[in-house]
Ligand binder design. Structure first.
Ligand code: GTP
Ligand code: MG
Length: 148
């Protein structure tokens, strides 16, 4: 089954949004496969955002991600990568529809609360980077009530 790396950024943790964000994915019917609150060192932040190295906003982005704990998660389910991003909204919260996480809680681009993998390929890379210890193994009993 498809998996995505979803991470509540330091602003989301500080603002007490972790519970709401978990609730959204859980209630939609996705399966939680990994979860940890952790501080991020510079090397991990730079690897995570390696596609943006050299861009003008990169140093600020790395400073921000390392500025406090993040809540790192892996969620699993049909089309979770794209659907997970739809639930997050646009990169700029100003362009995010109400009902999305960024549209409900965000104002500035550099404080956009949450990360979600942008492709199945990125998800694979990011899950390996953030969860080298592996993921939880389980089958939710509600599955036949979520999938036809
Ligand atoms: P992530 O889920 O964090 O990866 O966001 P995203 O996939 O919606 O956007 P992207 O990967 O393109 O950029 C990563 C992060 O860098 C964004 O979440 C923004 O916080 C920041 N960022 C991206 N583009 C810009 C920009 O043009 N200016 C500034 N200041 N920040 C940017
Ligand atoms: Mg991205």
């Amino acid at each position: 089954t498809e998996q995505s790396f979803i991470m509540v950024k330091p602003d989301g943790v500080q603002r007490g949004l972790v519970g709401d964000i978990i609730k959204r994915y859980e209630q939609r019917g996705y399966t939680l496969k990994g979860l940890k609150l952790m501080n991020v060192d510079k090397s991990l932040a730079e690897k995570h955002y390696e596609e943006h190295q050299g861009k003008p906003f990169f140093p600020k982005l790395v400073d921000f991600i390392t500025s406090g704990p993040v809540c790192a998660m892996v969620w699993e389910g049909k089309n979770i990568v794209a659907a997970g991003r739809t639930m997050i909204g646009a990169t700029n919260p100003q362009a995010s529809a109400p009902g999305t996480i960024r549209g409900d809680y965000g104002i500035d681009m550099g404080r956009n609360i949450i990360h979600g993998s942008d492709s199945v390929e990125s998800a694979r890379r990011e899950i390996g980077l953030w969860f080298p210890e592996g993921l939880a193994e389980w089958t939710p009993v509600a599955k036949p009530w979520i999938y036809e």
